[in-house]
Design a protein around this ligand. Structure first.
Ligand SMILES: [Zn+2]
Length: 313
């Protein structure tokens, strides 16, 4: 099933928030938006020696650098690509060797083309190559300069990069936030990056039209928890750098809301009835912050539609 990403109101609105645009839904790509205010400068947070998280360019970007060169995890939005690469060059002056895409959404792949132009090898899930042209590039059209450069190295299985005195494991998930997600884990630095499998302090998007599922999202989070310990640094796709305790709370929220929505669906309730019971209420203080891209009703709709579609969550 290949619903148009931009015709899905919630996903369109999420993208509008992430782009900093006031427009929404399908109008996002079609209206000539008024000139937005200048974007806030990118923020750099070093989480380990040689490992930094750059935020503000769309999804979080990780810069890993050392004597063997530089690796990026995701590349943000296209219109921040030049600024991102300037920032990368400043904090990691070595050769840019690899980009690993956690998934295909434009707020994580928008700088791919620019990074490839600097010589980076793009790495992604095998299905990203199949899906990018349909599910990602079209989000940026028409009128957008965003161009998605496809990965040249793809995998559906574990892959490891041995660089800079560490081992980076690339760990695919075939149905989680989308149908083509990769988590990454640094063995020695003890850092895990989950892309949009993890939205820290916010309800997540589950892009079911692109192959994502709530059950797969929970499974991907469980796998990350199993690979981490109390001192692991966990980097979400959106939100602040996190840890195992907060990721476990996020997992508990996903499971609890999923159970409530599933019970409501099985008792024959319509979506509006389910939303009216506020199944997220006990979690809203933590996940429904003002300005968050996904509202509680949006999240419940996402879970409801996924459960109606798959019969499980
Ligand atoms: Zn995403």
């Amino acid at each position: 099933m290949h619903d148009d990403f931009t015709r899905t109101p919630m996903l369109g609105r999420v993208l509008a928030v992430l782009l900093g645009s006031a427009c929404c839904g399908g109008a996002l790509a079609q209206q000539a938006a008024p000139a937005p205010p200048p974007p806030a400068p990118l923020q750099v947070q070093q989480v380990r020696p040689g490992l930094s998280v750059v935020s503000g360019a769309g999804g979080n970007v990780i810069v890993w650098s050392g004597p063997d060169g530089t690796v990026l995890v995701d590349t943000g939005l296209e219109y921040r690509a030049a600024e991102l690469l300037e920032t990368v060059a400043r904090i990691a002056p070595g050769e840019l060797r690899f980009v690993i895409n956690t998934h295909g959404h434009v707020d994580h792949t928008g700088g791919n083309e620019a990074a490839a132009g600097r010589g980076a090898v793009l790495v992604g899930h095998e299905r990203l190559r199949e899906r990018s042209g349909r599910d990602v590039a079209r989000v940026a059209e028409p009128g957008s300069a965003a161009a998605v450069a496809l990965p040249v190295m793809t995998t559906t299985d574990r892959l490891a990069l041995h660089l800079n005195g560490d081992r980076l494991d690339v760990l695919p998930a075939t149905s989680a936030h989308t149908g083509a997600d990769l988590a990454v884990r640094w063995a020695t630095a003890n850092v895990v990056a989950l892309g949009d499998v993890y939205w820290n302090g916010q309800y997540p998007v589950v892009d079911v039209a692109a192959g994502g599922s709530v059950a797969g999202l929970v499974a991907a989070v469980e796998a990350a928890l199993a690979r981490s310990n109390a001192s692991t640094v966990i980097v979400p796709g959106h939100g602040a750098v996190s840890n195992r305790e907060h990721l476990a709370a996020y997992r508990d929220m996903l499971v609890a809301v999923g159970r409530k929505v599933r019970a409501a669906v099985e008792s024959g309730q319509a979506l509006e009835q389910v939303q009216a019971t506020h199944p997220t209420a006990e979690f809203d203080a933590q996940f429904a912050r003002p300005g968050a891209a996904v509202s509680p009703d949006d999240f419940v709709r996402n879970v409801y539609e996924d459960f109606r579609r798959t019969g499980r969550n």
